[in-house]
Design a protein around this ligand. Structure first.
Ligand SMILES: Cc1ncc(C[n+]2csc(CCOP(=O)(O)OP(=O)(O)O)c2C)c(N)n1
Ligand SMILES: [Mg+2]
Length: 694
């Protein structure tokens, strides 16, 4: 391609250069001031970010949550100063958690001066719940690009459901920037493979090919041919050989916009620490402040006043306002008019969009939820879940999801007529097939949730480990993502210890803000979904049994609605005032009930507490918690087929925990229950021992 074929530059080169150097020098100064951070990549990628934002993206800084905006994800989150600079220079406005547009700027120059300091809106890495204009929390490398695949799936789905002839309500694109680290992490490969399969032509990744990571040149670790790898993934692969050539970058982005049927990867050759005489192309440029003397030399090389700090020259704000600002404002104005007409023509669809944006539910979202009759043989947690999912997906149009190739086992397949499979040629399908890609699944569910869909992902509980980094991010981002994990304990017996979760409950319970639920029977499964679906800012994990659990007789025991308080008194000694408390979750709840009946028969005043969720319980009042677990009743037994880790907080130092202290083993379930002590008699014996009786 000759230079002549490139579109005529739209801006005068000097102004563009001034803006680019403003991004560079703000980044350099902020990192120096903080004495911590990553200057080199912002210095290298300032032209890229300038071009994407100023020349390509449809984004209105006045309304950073306008729903048809293009999305920008900085997957190499350590280069956060790129984002803080551009959010500041575009004068992007803040939005609060109630989706109210505030007049104030999202990131001020003062925030940038206080980069990485407490309460600054320019923290170390992009944080979705903290700074308006951040589309996804990034920092754990690879996760941002994987999340962008979920955003691209969401855009396709939204377009399929809501666009109508003459009404392109959703036609935005997703741009993600990543570095060598993102490309090395497995999650990006999982996600790219799926994106290629699905032909997501609304998705563009730009790979910062600078050959540098922390330990040195990538010649020591990363010599594969990335471009060829992405060709194999069925991506459109472009290359821009000079990260400073904004016209060629623009041209490549335009090629992306015109390419149908494939996602685009732009391989961008860049020089980390560009312009720094002693740091350019070195690993030191990655994560060390340049130092005063080198900053002077670098600014000189940019033709910048050497001693100026945090300088935004005249005309820079105006230029961003005239380009991305004006283009975004016009696009939003036109869209707003279009949407008003759409509302007239399709009022019900418009209402759905309104509800979805506020993370609210449609009227009747819980109609037809099943109610399971008492049944000693019972229903498996996963089967109850499958019934509920099929009801919810019909009641809530934007509720969708799928499994990492375990749909038939997880019982997460949406089987009702018209549910459909999401594929390149069926972007309205509600069954997502993630393939055996749990980590990417987690990130994609996050991307769908960031796009305001109610999404779930599923696999065996044991493999929640493979998705855990993304689950953690969903909690950090405060997204109402749903993770459905079946085969929650030793229920699959013969598969053995590789498939039997032990420490997973403890590990997920430790994630702040994550609601972990392990329901004890089919009706608790229903209540668990009822609770989860109403969450707006918290992710949830469901740990469900493979094997049937007796469906408790709720005319005899307390209603399953107690689940909404995390733990509740299921069965009690006559008149209350128990002398011993049995606490259980999931499959062990019925064990506790059987032990309780036995103890009652022996004149022992026992209580059964069903405790499906520690997290929810801990958010109840002290008064309620004390009513469930009276502090003076010290004789306590907890029973759960999982690591005993942490149960002391409910049984105290003198209580007893029947749980797992080792891995499981391969055998039929009954034998395992005997071997590891999960039988009613053993629970009853432990209770008596607590009371000093034999
Ligand atoms: C999953 C994960 N592992 C490790 C890190 C720590 N880390 C941050 S940046 C980085 C090097 C990244 O190299 P590259 O992506 O090439 O970025 P560049 O230095 O070129 O900007 C590492 C190892 C991380 N943030 N995430
Ligand atoms: Mg690199």
């Amino acid at each position: 391609m000759s230079a002549k074929q490139l579109a005529q530059p739209r801006t005068d080169a000097a102004t563009a250069q001034r803006c680019i150097n403003t991004i560079r020098t703000l980044s350099i100064d902020a990192v120096q001031q903080a004495k911590s951070g990553h200057p080199g990549t912002p210095m290298a990628l300032a032209p890229l970010v300038y071009t994407i934002w100023n020349r390509i993206m449809r984004f209105d800084p006045q309304d950073p949550i306008w729903l048809n905006r293009d999305r920008f994800v900085l997957s190499n989150g350590h280069a956060s100063m790129l984002l803080w600079s551009v959010l500041h220079l575009t004068q992007t406005r803040a939005v609060n958690a109630a989706y109210e547009r505030l007049g104030e700027p999202s990131v001020t120059l003062d925030d940038i001066r206080r980069f990485r300091q407490i309460n600054s809106k320019a923290p170390g890495h992009p944080e979705y719940h903290w700074v308006s204009g951040v589309e996804a929390t990034t920092g754990p490398l690879g996760n941002g690009v994987a999340t962008s695949v979920g955003m691209a799936i969401a855009q396709k789905w939204l377009a399929n459901r809501y666009n109508r002839p003459g009404f392109q309500i959703f036609d935005y694109n997703i741009y993600a920037v990543c570095g060598d680290g993102c490309m090395m992490e497995g999650v990006s490969s999982e996600a790219a493979s799926l994106a290629g399969h699905l032909g997501l032509d609304n998705l563009c990744w730009v790979y910062d090919n600078n050959h540098i990571t922390i330990e040195g040149n990538t010649s020591i670790t990363f010599t594969e041919d990335v471009a060829t790898r992405f060709l194999a993934y069925e991506w459109n692969v472009l290359r821009v050989g000079d990260a400073n050539d904004i016209d060629r970058i623009e041209h490549a982005l335009e090629v992306f916009q015109k390419t149908k049927g494939r996602p685009t990867l732009i391989v961008l050759d860049s020089h980390i620490g560009y312009g720094s005489p002693h740091r350019q192309d070195t690993p030191e440029a990655h994560g060390e402040p340049l130092g005063d003397e080198e900053i002077r030399l670098t600014k000189r090389s940019y033709g910048w006043p050497e001693d100026a700090k945090f300088l935004v020259p005249d005309g820079v704000y105006g230029h961003f306002a005239a380009e991305v600002g004006a283009r975004g404002a016009q696009a939003r104005r036109e869209w707003t008019e279009l949407f008003a007409a759409y509302r007239g023509a399709y009022p019900e669809l418009a209402t759905e969009i309104d509800l979805m944006q506020r993370r609210e539910l449609p009227a009747g979202w819980d109609r037809n939820l099943p109610d399971f009759p008492a049944d000693p043989k019972g229903v498996a947690g996963r089967d109850a879940s499958g019934k509920v999912l099929n009801v919810l997906a019909q009641n809530i149009p934007w509720f969708l999801g799928g499994s990492a190739d375990l749909g038939p086992s997880n019982k997460t397949t949406l089987t009702y007529k018209g549910a459909g499979d999401f594929q390149a040629d069926n972007s309205g399908g509600k069954n997502l097939h993630f393939g055996i890609r749990e980590h990417a699944m987690g990130a994609i569910v996050n991307g769908l949730s960031l796009s305001k869909l109610r999404a779930f992902g599923a696999t065996f509980f044991i493999f929640s480990d493979y998705a855990r980094p993304a689950i953690r991010l969903s909690a950090l981002m405060e997204l109402p993502a749903v993770f459905v994990f079946t085969h929650d304990a030793m229920g699959d017996g013969e598969d053995g210890p590789t498939h039997q979760p032990v420490e997973h409950l403890a590990s997920l319970r430790a994630i702040p803000g994550l609601v972990t639920l392990r329901p004890g029977d089919a009706n608790e499964v229903v209540e668990a979904y009822r609770y989860i679906v109403q969450l707006r800012h918290q992710p949830a994990v469901l740990a469900l049994s493979r094997q049937p659990l007796p469906t408790l007789d709720r005319s005899r025991y307390a209603p399953a609605a107690g689940l909404a308080r995390g733990a509740y008194v299921l069965a009690d000694a006559p008149g209350g005032n128990p002398e011993v408390i049995l606490i259980a979750s999931g499959g062990e709840l019925s064990l506790a009930v059987q032990a309780h009946e036995k103890l009652l028969g022996e004149g022992i005043r026992s209580r059964v507490v069903s405790m499906p969720s520690w997290d929810i319980f801990e958010h109840q009042t002290q008064e309620y918690r004390d009513s469930v677990l009276p502090p003076h009743t010290k004789a306590r037994v907890a029973v759960e087929q999982a690591s005993t880790f942490g149960w002391e907080r409910y049984v105290g130092t003198s209580g007893h925990v029947i749980g797992m202290r080792t891995f499981g083993s391969s055998a039929p379930l009954k034998e395992l229950q005997r071997k590891f002590g999960f039988e009613p008699d053993q629970v009853a014996a432990a209770a008596k021992e607590q009371l000093g009786r034999r």
